[in-house]
Design a protein around this ligand. Sequence first.
Ligand code: ATP
Ligand code: LTN
Length: 327
Amino acid sequence: MRIYSGIQPTGCITIGNYIGAVKNWLELQEENECLFAIANQHAMTVRQVPQELRERTYSFFAQFLACGLDPEKSILYVQSNVPQHSELAWILSCTTYIGELERMTQFKDKSRKNEDNINAGLLTYPVLMAADILLFKTDLVPVGKDQKQHLELTRDLAIRFNNRYGDTFVVPEPYIPKQGAKITSLQNPLEKMSKSDKDQNATVSIIDSADVIMKKFKRAVTDSENRIAFSEEKPGISNLLTIYSAFSGESIESAERRFEGKGYGDFKIAVGETVADALSPVREKYAAYMADKAELERIMKEGAEKASRIASRTIAKVKKKIGFVSD
Ligand code: ATP
Ligand code: LTN
């Protein structure tokens, strides 16, 4: 199967991104043809400082590699290095209705958060995302729950285009994990953990030091019941159990049994230690990749060339279908 997914280079990759998306990418790359992109064109929908965006793009690429995404198995690249994304986005935008875009939850959320910069890109963002996916004849898109609506739009656009111009695009399926599809903020367990959260204590980055990870978990907001059990009424402790299970491999039920009679304080320390230990090799590899920029650039270039080769075939087919003269 062909797999495609992306992540925006904003903030730092969090354990939410890791559990909801990257962890599944690692499994999928073993048996499928995968492409994973740093979606820097998507990141532009909120204001970026150019030098910081550039640095963060390298950093995210190094984090991809440090997590175990393997350029021998998957195509890893930076979105803006493959110009076909923008080319297809324009074409698809002419088969997308404004009403469809205005309904998107993420557009409404981000408009509220960036009242001084509700740019056209924020609205058309899902069209670019659809272009990313459809360019590569993707079968499956592994993402967290927040992207489900964008995937539904992608499917609608593919079907609409195929009906209007004849069979062109593969209609992709979302792949959303049963557990961990929405890791919540450590400071507000009712909200999604978000890379761009300004509260440092709300998120854990995959490259935070062990000390910082411990501190953040110790400060995590829970309730006052002090019983380690998963339930919808107790989102804080349930979130910690989900994180613990994702990093230890132990099921939630088994963790509940093992920690029976223990208090939240003990459990928070156990979660912190488990996460810090699991991420320690990621941190080390990250530092090594960041120290070799030339190697990062080589892998980026190779990835972009491979992606571009596939994308250009789709674009040629699309142009023919819609009546553009050949170049
Ligand atoms: P931003 O805060 O800048 O919007 P983000 O943290 O939402 O960033 P994205 O780059 O939008 O991150 O998402 C990358 C991938 O991680 C997507 O597949 C998304 O669904 C997934 N993801 C993001 N946040 C979470 C979360 N809290 N839990 C599970 N999956 C998540
Ligand atoms: N919009 C996604 C990131 C993203 C993506 C993609 C995910 C950009 N292009 C293509 C899956 C497929 C987000 O997580 N905010």
